[in-house]
Design a protein around this ligand. Structure first.
Ligand code: AP5
Ligand code: MG
Length: 188
């Protein structure tokens, strides 16, 4: 099964993707987590990504696409994968289409997690206190939300037109959201 998770910063993509991927027995691939791990390890990829992440901007498509291309051709992705935070731009959609086409594969479902803006801010402020993620400062948080609205939200329409989109309410308790996701994704 090949699943894409979309939704604004703080929607709960990472939280829910980890739970759902474990349930489906497929790898959870978070581009943000891969970038953060590379920044922490001081790799060349981390150096390329860090300035963009700290500013709340997207890492250039060429860098991000190459990273995903490499990751989804690993053996563990043979039964499928759950992409969390990719694709986020028109170019990334086109690149993912090309990757899947060349492998004779296709997406099964694109999930949009919807959450009120006030709730997103509450969650990210709390995470800033708990974890100190470097892009959870007020200014950067606001900019990440703007970048999402400008560059990523329009892609939801693209996947909707393809008949792949399901919208899932991301408000409420984590377990309740997971149950909603399982209900729609497994049926798909
Ligand atoms: P990324 O790491 O993907 O960040 P994001 O999209 O801003 O999303 P978050 O991880 O902040 O939120 P989430 O939806 O995963 O929510 P979470 O589960 O953590 O990207 C970071 C950066 O990397 C980007 O800005 C960019 O620079 C770069 N990047 C990544 N992908 C890229 C791409 N494709 N192209 C270019 N650049 C890219 O939940 C948030 C908080 O809420 C947590 O503390 C959680 O515990 C809590 N929470 C979750 N669910 C609930 C609930 N139901 N109730 C209460 N609290 C909850
Ligand atoms: Mg995340």
């Amino acid at each position: 099964m090949r699943v894409v998770f979309m939704g604004p910063p703080g929607a709960g993509k990472g939280t829910q993707a980890a739970l759902l991927a474990a349930r489906l027995g497929i790898p959870h691939i978070s581009t943000g987590d891969i970038f953060r791990a590379n920044v922490a390890q001081g790799t060349e990829l981390g150096k390329q990504a860090q300035q963009y992440m700290d500013a709340g901007e997207y890492v250039p498509d060429t860098v991000t696409n190459a990273m995903v291309r490499d990751r989804i051709t690993h053996e563990d992705c043979r039964p499928g994968f759950l992409l969390d935070g990719y694709p986020r731009t028109v170019e990334q959609v086109a690149e993912l289409d090309a990757m899947l086409r060349s492998a004779g594969q296709k997406l099964d479902v694109v999930v949009e997690l919807t959450v009120d803006i006030d709730e997103v801010v509450t969650r990210l402020v709390k995470r800033a206190q708990d974890q100190g993620r470097s892009d959870d400062t007020e200014d950067v948080m606001r900019h990440r939300l703007e970048v999402y609205a400008e560059q990523t939200a329009p892609l939801i329409e693209t996947y909707s037109e393809r008949g792949l989109l399901v919208r899932v309410d991301g408000m409420g308790a984590i377990e309740d959201v997971t149950e909603r996701l399982i209900a729609v994704v497994i049926v798909n």
